[in-house]
Design a binder for this molecule. Structure first.
Ligand SMILES: O=C(O)c1ccccc1NCC(=O)[C@H](O)[C@H](O)COP(=O)(O)O
Length: 262
C-alpha cells in the first residue's frame, strides 16, 4: 500500500466524523479574499503560495512547534501571493484550527491543503476560512473529481487541481480546471524532479490557464526553470519553513516574468 493509499484510507474515517458535524450546515466564508486566479494571472513577478507545513511523510518533522499565525504573517509581509495550510493531522501534524487561526490573521488567498474526497471536507474548509481547496487527480476517479470540482465552484471557492503526469494533465483538461498545480513530487515514491513541470506543462499551455509548480523549490535557479516551463506560481513548503530569513528567500523566488537587462 502506498502512502497516498494510507492517507486516503484515513480520510474515509475523517469524512464520517465530519458528516456528523456538518450535515445541513450552510458554510459561510469568514472574509472575502482576492481571487488566486486573478491575482496570479495579473502579476509581473513569480507568485508564491507559501505553505505552513509542520511535518510530512517524506521528511518527517520539519517544524512541529511553529506558530502558524506568526509564520503566515511573516509570509504575507514578505510578499506571498497566497498561503497554504496543511490541515491533515495524522501525516502532516496540521489541523483545521491552524487554518482558522491563519484565516483570521491574513487577507491573502488561503488554501486548505488536504486530501479531499468528499463535499463535507470542502464545507469544512470554507467554514474555517479557506478560499481555495486542493483536488488531487491521483486520489479519485475522474467523475468524482468533476463532482467535487463543480461543488467547490458552486461554493465560490477556487480549486487547485493537482497533477503529476501526462495522463492526469488530460484529466485536468477534461474537468475544465482553470488552476492546475503540477506536483514535482511523486506522492507514491516521494521522488522530486522539476522535469515533471517541464514535461507536463507543455500539455497545459493555454493563455487563460494558471499553472503552479509545486514542491522541491530550493533556490532561484529552480524557480527560473519552472518559469521557463510556463509556471506563473510556485508552491513552497519546506524551504520556507526552514528559512532563517523568510523575506530574503521570498525575494529570491519572486523573479520577474520579463527578463531584466544585466
Ligand atoms: O511532502 C510530502 O512528503 C508529501 C507526501 C505525500 C503526499 C503529499 C506530500 N506533500 C504535499 C505537497 O505537495 C507539498 O507539501 C507542497 O507541494 C510543498 O512541497 P515542498 O516545498 O517540497 O515542501
Amino acid at each position: 500500500m502506498t502512502i497516498l493509499d494510507k492517507i486516503l484510507q484515513q480520510k474515509e474515517l475523517e469524512v464520517q466524523e465530519l458528516k456528523a458535524i456538518y450535515s445541513g450546515l450552510e458554510a459561510e466564508p469568514l472574509k472575502k479574499r482576492p481571487s488566486l486566479y486573478d491575482q496570479f494571472m495579473g502579476s509581473s513577478n513569480m507568485n508564491v503560495i507559501a505553505e505552513v507545513k509542520r511535518a510530512s511523510p517524506s521528511k518527517g518533522m520539519i517544524n512541529q512547534d511553529v506558530d502558524p499565525v506568526a509564520q503566515a504573517k511573516a509570509y504575507a509581509t514578505a510578499g506571498a501571493g497566497a498561503i497554504s495550510v496543511l490541515t491533515d493531522r495524522t501525516f502532516f501534524k496540521g489541523s483545521m484550527a491552524d487554518l482558522s487561526a491563519v484565516a483570521q490573521a491574513v487577507e491573502v488567498p488561503l488554501l486548505c491543503k488536504d486530501f479531499m474526497i468528499d463535499e463535507v471536507q470542502i464545507d469544512a474548509a470554507k467554514e474555517h476560512g479557506a478560499s481555495i481547496i486542493l483536488l488531487i487527480a491521483a486520489a479519485l476517479p475522474e467523475a468524482r473529481l468533476k463532482e467535487l470540482y463543480d461543488y467547490a465552484e458552486s461554493q465560490e471557492l477556487d480549486v487547485l487541481f493537482e497533477v503529476h503526469n501526462e495522463e492526469e494533465a488530460e484529466t485536468a483538461l477534461r474537468v475544465g480546471a482553470k488552476i492546475v498545480g503540477i506536483n514535482n513530487r511523486n506522492l507514491k515514491t516521494f521522488e522530486v524532479d522539476l522535469a515533471v513541470t517541464e514535461r507536463v506543462a507543455s500539455l497545459l499551455q493555454q493563455t487563460d490557464r494558471l499553472l503552479i509548480s509545486e514542491s522541491g523549490m530550493k533556490i532561484a535557479e529552480d524557480v527560473e526553470r519552472v518559469r521557463e516551463a510556463g509556471a506563473k506560481g510556485i508552491l513552497v513548503g519546506e524551504t520556507l519553513m526552514r528559512a532563517e530569513d523568510i523575506q530574503q528567500t521570498m525575494n529570491n523566488f519572486r523573479i520577474p516574468f520579463t527578463k531584466v537587462a544585466k
